[in-house]
Design a protein around this ligand. Structure first.
Ligand code: COA
Length: 333
């Protein structure tokens, strides 16, 4: 047994940029409203690549960064709200795309907290000696489940993927993990799968009615409730993580929040009186990419050379489920 560390990161976002101005040509919104209420300026949207393709590209970049071969990966976890299909898992498709033939593969559904959950799951497998190398990916093509007639949701989200390779080493690279869920809030942010027909279990539009049929495919959200929840659990998660790792904020070099809304982040900064400089924020360029948001940010920081050996990085996420959680990692590269 050894210590668990992140040894490489990667990300990929589709080339197509969708600006606020472009969205305002489709629905009744405008750049000023979106920027002032969310901080988002533009987002990427897929032009045909499904989640597995986007996730595989991020994974290949992470393997390169970690200097590890795909065949050496024991475990692939894809955290996604937007899998290619009900079955097989997106992780299995990624496995075949990248040639990680030895890996055990599965997806997890924890919405925007997905990467944090995946990190914690992989950590457990590595920490207990069952496996040596894990590839965790947050990958989304949210554009395919957005209702482009709903200005309260469609302006917020974007597509992309981020990945990290976890491996066994000598130094302790994961200092704290925290996860929580509350299913009582499951209706606040949701996207239905195919509904069940009570008569014969065969989906028919006539049975379900047009409205149910139409609404079943898109993401819906109670924005204000989610906002209140997010502010509350950001604070809770940061405090729990610091307690578990026996650190205080002065020991934390960077905070990577889930990139949902700048106002949610600003609330946390004020409430906990944290130096804004500690927060890494890129939501202006990508919007909310759900499970991909934290690993895309981590990879950007890595590639920009911001992360130095020995630094402590606190990651905090929240989302549908409701789910929330975080990790404190020590950068060991
Ligand atoms: N453009 C222009 N106007 C918009 C709009 C848009 N894209 N979306 C909503 N509006 C309008 C509303 O229709 C409403 O108009 P009305 O007063 O005439 O009814 C007005 O703006 C205020 O809407 P409201 O929903 O009260 O705005 P808000 O300040 O709560 O901001 C969100 C809306 C979605 C930005 C905000 O609630 C939010 O960010 N919530 C959290 C969402 C989130 O992060 N989800 C993901 C979590 S993982």
């Amino acid at each position: 047994m050894g210590e668990v560390q992140i040894i490489g990161t990667g990300s990929y976002v589709p080339e197509r940029i969708l600006t606020n101005d472009e969205i305002s040509k489709i629905i009744d919104t405008n750049d000023q409203w979106i920027r002032s209420r969310t901080g988002i300026g533009e987002r990427r949207i897929t032009t045909g690549e499904n989640t597995s393709k986007i996730a595989a590209k991020a994974a290949i970049n992470a393997l390169k960064n970690a200097s590890i071969n795909a065949e050496d990966i024991d475990l692939i976890i894809v955290a996604t709200t937007t899998p290619d299909c009900y079955t097989p898992s997106t992780a299995c498709i990624v496995q075949s795309l990248i040639g990680a033939s030895r890996a055990v593969c599965f997806d997890i559904s924890a919405a925007c907290s997905g990467f944090i959950y995946a990190l914690n799951i992989a950590y457990q497998f590595l920490r207990n000696g069952a496996m040596k190398n894990a590839l965790i990916i947050g990958g989304e093509t949210l554009s395919k489940i957005l209702d482009w007639n709903d200005r309260g949701t469609c302006v917020l989200f974007g597509d992309g993927a981020g990945a990290a390779v976890l491996s066994i080493g000598n130094e302790e690279g994961v200092l704290g993990n925290y996860m929580a869920s509350d299913g009582r809030g499951s209706d606040l942010l949701k996207c239905d799968a195919a509904p069940v027909d009570i008569n014969n279990n065969i989906l028919r539009k006539e049975v379900l009615g047009d409205e149910v049929y139409k609404n079943s495919k898109y993401l819906s959200m109670e924005g204000k409730e989610i906002f209140k929840f997010a502010v509350k659990v950001m604070e809770e998660t940061i405090e729990k993580l610091l307690e578990e790792a026996k650190l205080d904020l002065s020991n934390i070099d960077y905070i990577i929040p889930h990139q949902a809304n700048l106002r949610i982040i600003d609330h946390t900064i004020k409430k906990l009186d944290i130096d804004k400089e500690k927060f890494y924020i890129n939501l202006q360029s990508y919007g909310n990419t759900s499970a991909a948001s934290i690993p895309i940010a981590l990879d950007e920081m890595n590639r920009k050379g911001l992360l130095k050996k020995g630094q402590n990085i606190l990651m905090v996420g929240f989302g549908g489920g409701l789910t929330w959680g975080g990790s404190i990692i020590k950068w060991c590269k």
